[in-house]
Design a protein around this ligand. Structure first.
Ligand code: F6P
Length: 546
């Protein structure tokens, strides 16, 4: 049983917060010259500096105590052992098995899952190599150079983000496209650019029942059959799914299906068959490196004490702000153009996992759970929403991510980028006092009256937290580490909040209601009862479409 009133560690943190809400980070830095060293961790080439947070040893100890009280170590073990920790759906949660590099078995329902994972990885290797080498060709014998992933949510965001992140590793003659939105524009805009003879469609859907994906796949199938005939389908369509029956019903041969299993959550699936487009784009060896990077993070997470455990520490610091400062949001800002879709990917990972309000003991929570996440690529977002981060009334804890070396070291672009990311963290933490602002204005030759008029506007409160994550370079291994780090961070927070991070019932109501409304929009059902707003909107739209 967990509730904030009943938790000793929670109460202790509440008391500590009363004092710490007044603590200034710049004072913490001034008092301890070794603070950055003390609050930084390294794993391979990855450095995580969490020193610019409103924490010290006392807070960290209290947070670790909360993790112990919540039985985090046992929960981690349970996940890695294949226990059915997704209790509402009675499923194991084994994305870690997809990238496991050792030979130890993992049993689910008495069966070792590793051989089937290895078999599908081999199938991915063989197929991706055959496509890249032009051994698996289209119906008319031409090389398949346009690869289209049709999927949505976890069957889109992971591969989309990873393919973009690893663009420097793409085969020169292969182009990747993604169709996710049901909006016909998404299909039209991709198909308009393609030649059916050189196009391979990958229909990615765990359930193979998702209306967006199946509708888009049908449209693409029509487009292909119109051009090349029904017999061409087997050479231009493959499916990634857990649902063989639905795949066959759709008209894709089971031979052309890459399987995964219900112990792989949609938003945790880019390491599975869902990653096929990644392997085709960057080659299986690079795909494997990505798995190895994730495995390195898995080992670190499973084997390191909390005090040196990167995902655990990031998760606990997130809890500190979310539940004690009442800050229910955070930003992720990659300073790497290739990582521009990381925030969208993390939005699903975090918000679909931890946007929950019922505990594992079937009670409504009496504390805040998952925060809202937003972000975008630096430096672009410095020129959009960073104003609020620096001077707004809302504190937004921020993760900055940057490679020391760019894939495109052109002139001094990367030096400027690096100086910007470091300056942002420093500015958010340090701020600028009214006195400092006044002095600056004085030095710029402003009059007393001008100084008084402007100094408040030029003040930065500072004391705004951030983590800075530095890689040597964003290569497949680094990407694997980074994504696995966030997966485990989200898991730890779910454990602390005592919620199930692996179901997603919250997306169902909207889907149900859309199925009710569809016949009304199509004009085959009338007079269905809704609230007056929905009824008026349906009527207005129908009038406009006449
Ligand atoms: O949005 C709900 C959801 O079930 C996600 O969890 C999932 O990633 C997405 O839809 C797509 O589902 P599927 O892979 O089954 O098509």
């Amino acid at each position: 049983m967990f509730g904030k009133q009943k938790s000793k560690a929670w109460k202790c943190l509440k008391t500590l917060h009363k004092h710490y809400c007044k603590v200034e980070m710049r004072d913490l830095f001034a008092a301890d010259r070794l603070r950055a060293e003390k609050y930084s961790l390294q794993l391979d080439n990855m450095l995580v500096d969490y020193s610019k947070n409103r924490v010290d040893d006392k807070i960290m100890q209290a947070l670790f105590a909360l993790a112990r009280e919540r039985g985090l170590a046992e929960k981690i073990k349970a996940m890695f052992k294949g226990e059915k920790i997704n209790q509402t759906e009675n499923r194991a949660v084994l994305h870690i098995a997809l990238r496991k590099q050792d030979d130890a078995p993992i049993y689910v329902d008495g069966r070792d899952v590793m051989p089937q994972i290895k078999a599908v990885l081999e199938k991915i290797r063989d197929f991706s190599e055959a496509v890249r080498l032009g051994k698996f060709v289209g119906y008319t014998g031409k090389k398949l150079t346009n690869i289209v992933n049709i999927g949505i949510g976890g069957s889109d965001l992971g591969p989309f983000m990873a393919v973009e992140a690893l663009k420097p590793y793409w085969a020169k003659d292969i182009k990747c496209y993604f169709i996710s939105n049901i909006d016909g524009t998404a299909c039209a805009e991709v198909l308009n650019r393609l030649d059916p003879e050189t196009t391979l469609f990958i229909v990615a859907s765990k359930t193979f029942t998702t209306i967006e994906t199946l509708t888009n796949a049908k449209t693409c199938r029509h487009w292909l059959v119109d051009a090349l005939g029904e017999h061409a389908v087997a050479k231009h369509f493959v499916a990634l799914s857990t649902n063989k029956a639905e795949v066959e019903k759709f008209g894709i041969d089971a031979e052309n299906m890459f399987e995964f299993w219900d112990f792989v959550g949609g938003r945790y699936s880019m390491w599975s068959a869902i990653g096929l487009i990644i392997a085709i784009a960057v080659g299986y060896k690079n795909f494997e490196r990505m798995l190895e990077g994730a495995y390195a993070m898995d080992k670190h997470f499973a084997e390191t004490d909390f005090e040196h455990n990167i995902p655990v520490i990031l998760a606990l610091i997130g809890i500190w702000y979310n539940d004690f400062y009442g800050v229910h949001r955070y930003a992720v800002i990659p300073y790497d153009q290739y990582l521009q879709y990381l925030p969208s990917y993390l939005q699903q990972l975090d918000m679909e996992s931890n946007g929950k309000s019922v505990t594992l003991d079937n009670k409504f929570v009496d504390y805040a759970t998952g925060p809202a996440l937003f972000g975008g690529a630096g430096t672009n977002v410095q020129h959009s929403f960073f104003q609020l981060l620096h001077q707004g009334t809302e504190m937004v804890p921020t993760d900055f991510i940057v490679p020391a070396i760019s894939h495109n070291e052109i002139g001094n672009h990367h030096q400027i980028l690096l100086s910007n990311i470091l300056a942002q963290g420093e500015a958010l933490m340090h701020g600028k006092t009214e006195a400092e602002a006044a002095l600056e204005l004085e030095k710029a030759g402003k009059s007393k009256a001008e100084i008084n008029r402007l100094k408040k506007y030029k003040t930065f409160s500072g004391n705004r937290p951030s983590n800075t994550i530095v890689f040597k370079k964003i290569d497949p291994y680094a990407l694997g580490m980074l994504v696995a780090m966030y997966e485990h961070k989200v898991f730890v927070q779910g454990v602390i909040w005592n919620i199930n991070s692996f179901d997603q019932f919250g997306v169902e109501l909207g889907k149900q209601l859309a199925l009710n409304i569809l016949p009304e929009i199509e004009g085959t059902a009338f007079g269905v009862e809704h609230d007056s707003s929905t009824t008026n909107l349906i009527n207005y739209i129908k009038k406009m479409r006449k």
